[in-house]
Design a protein around this ligand. Structure first.
Ligand SMILES: Cc1cc2nc3c(=O)[nH]c(=O)nc-3n(C[C@H](O)[C@H](O)[C@H](O)COP(=O)(O)O)c2cc1C
Length: 348
């Protein structure tokens, strides 16, 4: 049982430093077989969401070290997810400057700023120098994660952010080798970020079925592109592949296991699957031999002792989406563990 990465916007300080609250939050969830943290900025240029911590300054490294010490003291394992929003950022995050992306095409997404959700703008096209700097930023952030005591790093290549923008033929119209081979940025980042770990301990998170706005629509061509990418990952230092699937057809329905089997056939290493799993469907996907582990996002938000609850076959509590990104302790570190009465109420 893996805790899926969940942005919680609790680094409410000028330096975007993880605090004692983060140590408490992750410590409460140290029963997970592996924790994958919320996405953390690889540099100031990567920022695209309020109150998300970074991993590019010494203060941030010190804050994360406190988190890893607590999780390790409690017997847990924890990797840091490395995030860059690219063209899905907004000038409000970047001192008024336009974000940079693969090409000067507005991804037409929303960026969560201090003034609420704002529409993205047309980015400037990244120069070769910008790309080289970005890859170096990932490497430095990965080195920082190692110094902070993490057990590894995960490359956030999910959703509509920098790396999926490069993978996407509708947003990447570059005429250089980062356009003719749209996987090149991700592969270069993997190689650079794995270096501080001697080529070990680096996972990759992909979302081949992602759909949002006009530009991210999964179709046969998208999936065929991902077939090639996932096969290529075998030739790079990737410790595990973490896949977000299409999600259940309806709330509570079993996820489509065939959608994951497609990637199991192509990737040689450990596979973590995600999106809409519960105790029964999680066991089913493992027993079918399709996955090595299952990650849980919303369940771990609302159930710090999710492993215990599943072991006892108790019903997990339901979280409150209104407090997902609000900052502060409410809705963050105040979800109760199971009590002797059996199922806990689904309210805090
Ligand atoms: C509040 C919230 C924040 C999230 N933040 C991240 C993130 O930082 N990085 C990431 O890769 N996925 C993120 N996700 C996606 C989750 O990791 C996961 O894919 C999603 O919750 C579906 O899994 P579930 O059905 O087990 O909840 C987030 C999801 C939620 C609900």
């Amino acid at each position: 049982m893996v805790m899926a990465p969940t942005t919680r916007a609790r680094a409410v300080n000028a330096g975007l430093v993880p605090t004692e609250l983060h140590a408490l939050y992750y410590g409460q969830r140290a029963g997970a077989g592996l924790i994958i943290t919320e996405g953390a900025w690889v540099s100031e240029r990567a920022i695209g969401f309020v109150h998300v911590p970074g991993v590019y300054s010494e203060e941030q490294v010190a804050g994360w070290r406190r988190v890893t010490e607590v999780v390790h003291a409690l017997g847990g394992r924890i990797v840091l997810q490395l995030w860059h929003t690219g063209a899905a950022s907004h000038p409000d995050h970047l001192g008024g400057e336009r974000p940079a992306g693969p090409s000067a095409i507005n991804p037409q997404e929303l960026s969560f700023t201090a003034g609420g959700f704002k529409e993205t703008v047309t980015p400037r096209e990244m120069t070769r120098s910008d790309i080289a700097t970005t890859i170096a930023d990932y490497r430095a952030a990965s080195e920082n994660a190692r110094r902070a005591g993490f057990d590894g790093v995960e490359i956030h290549a999910l959703g509509s952010f920098l790396i999926p923008q490069f993978l996407n033929p509708r947003l990447n119209r570059r005429s250089d080798s980062y356009g003719s081979d749209r996987t090149r940025l991700l592969l270069d980042i993997i190689d650079a970020a794995a270096a501080p770990w001697d080529g070990r301990c680096l996972g990759v998170r992909l979302s081949p079925y992602w759909t949002s706005g006009d530009h991210f629509t999964a179709d046969e061509q998208t999936l065929a592109d991902y077939d090639g990418l996932v096969t290529e990952l075998n030739a790079h230092p990737v410790a595990y592949l973490h896949l977000r699937g299409p999600g259940p057809a309806a709330p509570g329905a079993t996820p489509d296991l065939d959608a994951f089997a497609r990637w199991r056939q192509r990737f040689d290493g450990p596979l973590i699957v995600n999106h809409g799993f519960d105790r029964a469907s999680g066991n089913a996907v493992i027993e079918a031999g399709i996955a090595d582990a299952v990650s849980f996002g919303t369940h771990f938000i609302a159930n710090p002792d999710l492993v215990t609850r599943f072991a006892l076959n108790r019903t997990p509590a339901t979280g409150d989406p209104a407090t997902y990104y609000t900052g502060g302790a409410d809705g963050y570190v105040d979800y109760p563990v199971s009590d002797r009465a059996g199922d806990t109420p689904s309210v805090r």
